[in-house]
Every structure is written in C-alpha cells, then in structure tokens.
Write a protein that binds this ligand. Sequence first.
Ligand code: 5GP
Length: 187
Amino acid sequence: MSVKDFESVIINNEKFKLLFSEKQIQKRTKELAKQISEDYKRTVPVFIGVLNGSFLFMSDLIRYVSIDCEIDFFKLSSYGDAKISSGRVKLLKELNCDVNGRDIIIVEDIVDTGLSVKYIEKLFKKHKPKSMKVVSLLVKQDSLKYDLKIDYIGYNIPSKFVIGYGLDYAQKYRNLRSIYVLNENGD
Ligand code: 5GP
C-alpha cells in the first residue's frame, strides 16, 4: 500500500473514501496550534498524547506550536482490532511526567463515545493539574455518550469508521497521510 493521497482505498473488499487530504489536515492543525499558542502564551503546557492513534497529530501539532511546551504519552486501549468501541478502557502505559500544578492539554486523534476522554479526565484530576483541556483532531458528535467539553476540535465528522493519519484498521494503515472514511453505501 502506498501512503500517497488517493481518492479512495480498498481494504478487505471494503471501500474507504478520502475524507480529509494531507493538505487539509496540515492547514487545520496549523490553525489549532496557532489558537493554542495564543491561549497558552504565559505558561509552558504539557501536551499529553493518547497512544497509539494520536502520534502523528501530536507530532504535527507541537511542531506548529510557537510557545515552549513539554510532551508525554500514555496508552489506552478500547477498540482492539474491531471497528466499533468495546465500551471498555484499559490503561496500557502510564505517564512519566508529574502533572501536578501543570497546564495539561490532552491530545486525541478522535473522540467517538467520549469514554476514553472521560476516563482520562478522571485519572488526571487525581494528580491535581492546574488546568486541563482537550484537543481532538476529529469528533463524532452524534456518537458522544458522555457530557464532555472538547476545547479544540479539528473537524466534526459523521459517526462512521475512519482510518489513516494515525488511525488504524486492525493496527494497519496508520501511515496513510490522509484520512479515509468507510463507504458503507458501497458506491
Ligand atoms: P471513545 O472512547 O471516544 O469511544 O473512542 C476513542 C478511541 O477509539 C480513539 O482514540 C480511537 O483509538 C478509537 N476510535 C474511535 N473511532 C474510531 C474510528 O473511526 N477509527 C479508528 N481507527 N479508531 C477509532
């Protein structure tokens, strides 16, 4: 599989159509980074990426940010190899940094039901950060099951399965530069 911009990709006889091109993603990420840099210009925030999905978005976002910042990652699992959420969250890798008294920004690739973000917020509140905000490149507003505030949103998208730019299908296709959506109509 090539990692260039295609109009569509076929995986296991399923067609995925281009949703956001590499160019669109970069432009939107730059806009989010500009807003975050403005909002955090008087502090040094810690960007906390949720692995695995957010690794590409995180690396692009922090390179567009113009203020001093720190980063860390932790790992959750909820989807496994499936296309729908298991409804459970497991902590697979803890944070290394001390977030006590810090301004933290949780970096998500996608918010679906909101379970992961809810879990993260609860977990981090115990460590008493000074402030906590969430940035997500994609949000499936119609799938949200929890009362959540996503402070910075790249794109609101329909409740359909997407891949590419960090997002996997059974662990593959994270290296696609664009984001593709499963074409359930088959056209
Ligand atoms: P939530 O806890 O909000 O239901 O789901 C969040 C996690 O589920 C994301 O971080 C991501 O790993 C996974 N996820 C949700 N929707 C999709 C999707 O459309 N495609 C892929 N590849 N993963 C998704």
